[in-house]
Design a protein. Structure first.
Length: 329
């Protein structure tokens, strides 16, 4: 099949006019606030490429000519660069980031919540950002006795809050999406399509096992209002090693349990990494489970995709590099 890419500005497709100069376009789909990016590289021999305007909005559609295209993202231009000299080709590169992350998402501010659910809090943050909210139902109903945002931007506060609950937050496509990291689910709570990679047909792979961090348990503390004492809870990682202690105490036993479980998931995901280079498939999404087979012991099995970087080349090829972490215990 034939990879097909459209880059629209104000409804007009820029690809026909860029075709004579086109080298490649790279789209990165990432889990969390790392934010999706678009980079376009063009042949700038003679400096004929006009400079883009900052915050120009670009809508990208991608897929295959035979089966159609779907939305790959809406991006705003952030900057550009030019390179050349020494006999090398002169290249103009333009970088854009997901349009949903606006300047107001970086403004500081204060706010507090009493006896609210995660859904309530993230709904308020989404409203501050001018976005709608989509949150995994398994996260939405968690109750927070008290929570404060102090001199923090909405997006920084949302990122920290999500991390404390083993989640990732992402502004894209007019929504603030909150998903459980490593679960393989989308913000609706439904499983994302599994990515299956096999040595036969693979274009390349790499995997690494990390000897550290390896911990047997995570301990979190909380203040018990009934007797005024500080107490602790323990969550097993399912591995051997020392105990990891969370420094800051939580406001309740439930929050301590969630903090310990979240940290345990994060620690186990840091014990391995892998990347697989495959032919582009528009159904692949960052955050999906990757099932590898036919490679070798240590590579075969389940991984969790963190980023998918897809390059559309001048010769018409489209290749994706799927970067993964070890699955949570």
């Amino acid at each position: 099949m034939t990879p097909f890419l459209q880059i629209l500005k104000g409804g007009a497709d820029l690809m026909p006019s860029m075709a004579p100069y086109f080298i490649r376009a790279t789209i990165t789909d990432a889990v969390g606030i790392e934010n999706d990016t678009l980079e376009i590289e063009l042949d700038d021999e003679g400096g004929q490429i006009p400079l883009p305007a900052e915050d120009d909005e670009l809508t990208v559609l991608a897929g295959y000519r035979e089966t159609g295209v779907s939305l790959a993202g809406v991006f705003k231009v952030q900057g550009w660069s030019v390179t050349g000299g020494g006999g090398d080709a002169e290249v103009f590169a333009m970088t854009a980031r997901a349009a949903s992350l606006t300047q107001k998402g970086k403004a500081g501010g204060n706010r507090h919540w009493d006896q609210k659910t995660l859904k309530d809090v993230f709904a308020d943050i989404a409203a501050d950002l001018g976005l709608s909210l989509s949150i995994d139902p398994l996260l939405a109903s968690r109750i927070l006795p008290w929570l404060a945002r102090w001199e923090a931007s909405p997006i920084d506060f949302a990122t920290r809050l999500a991390a404390e609950h083993g989640a990732a937050v992402k502004p894209a496509g007019g929504r603030l999406s909150v998903v459980e990291r490593g679960s393989g689910r989308g913000a609706s709570g439904a499983p994302l399509p599994v990515i299956r990679v096999n040595r036969i047909g693979s274009l390349g792979w790499q995997a690494e096992g990390e000897p550290r961090p390896r911990f047997s348990d995570v301990v979190a503390s909380y203040h018990d209002p009934k007797d005024g004492k500080r107490k602790t809870i323990k969550h097993s990682t399912g591995r051997k090693g020392p105990v990891h202690t969370i420094i800051h105490p939580r406001a309740s036993e439930d929050e301590a349990k969630e903090a310990a479980a979240s940290k345990a998931r994060d620690l186990t995901m840091q014990t391995g990494s892998a990347s697989f280079t495959v032919t582009y498939d528009p159904a692949y999404s960052a955050g999906a489970i990757v099932e590898a087979s036919g490679f070798r012991d240590g590579v075969d099995g389940r991984w969790v995709s963190e980023t998918i970087e897809t390059s559309f080349e001048k010769d018409g090829g489209a290749i994706s590099v799927i970067s993964c972490k070890a699955p949570p215990a």
